[in-house]
Design a protein. Sequence first.
Length: 301
Amino acid sequence: MRLATVKVAGAARVALAEGDKVRLLPAEAGDMVALIAQGRAAIDSLAARNDLQVAPLASVELMAPIQRFQRDVLCTGWNYWDHFEESRGKREGQDVDRPKAPTFFTKGPNTVIGPHEAIGLDAHISAKWDYEAEVALVIGKRCRSVSQAQALDHVFGYCLANDVSQRDLQRRHGGQWLKGKSIDRTMPLGPWLVTPDELDLPNTRLELTLNGEVMQSALLKQMAFPIAELIAELSFGMTLEPGDVVITGTPSGIGNAREPQVFLKAGDEMVVRATGLGELRNRVVSANLHDTTDIASMSAP
């Protein structure tokens, strides 16, 4: 099953994405988070109805699947060893030893945009805008301290994310990642949620192209800490709720680690795709994000 949030007549609706069409679930069923909380059986019952409105996929606007966030986006860093190693010595004095457990951080929910929306770039905010293709998961059932054996039973579905990052802000604020990952409207999410029964996760290939050139490509089985372990570690003493979004890390090939470095600029187009998960296609545009700040430009010498 593929579930999307689409804009129809100016309103957000949850829909079943089926080939080149969508079937709109009843508005009274609620948003994606409400549906996830009702459980798969309730959604299957709605999907079985033969009176659902049908529309061509091309006629609706795909939005980020999750529109209502109850907390920050939960994030995983350094979850592909080749990515961890490619940045060794390039973290501007903030190198660490290879972690023995997953590295977690968060980013603000106002970062999230739809799968085809433009990403605004402001050189005053950052001189080092970077891309990061990731697979995201959405929690389906409330859990705390879940075991690895049971962890995947608490995943509702998967989608794609592009964790666009500002490397100089990461360095500026003590090497922690919240600020350098939380600039508004910079993380595409989508295009839809795919339920686990539709996927062969270990053999799913995640890829990012920049202006048509492949920059990142890896199989999910290359993760340093598999998804079940991520959920077990993240939920250790900490409650996860239906609708929580967890991004699972990026493989090697980021712009900051390349020689010479590659940073995003206005006019660039990024495409993130993965087997069975569709694609994100986003263009970078110039934008004024600094407004009336008195913080000095990050592009200043």
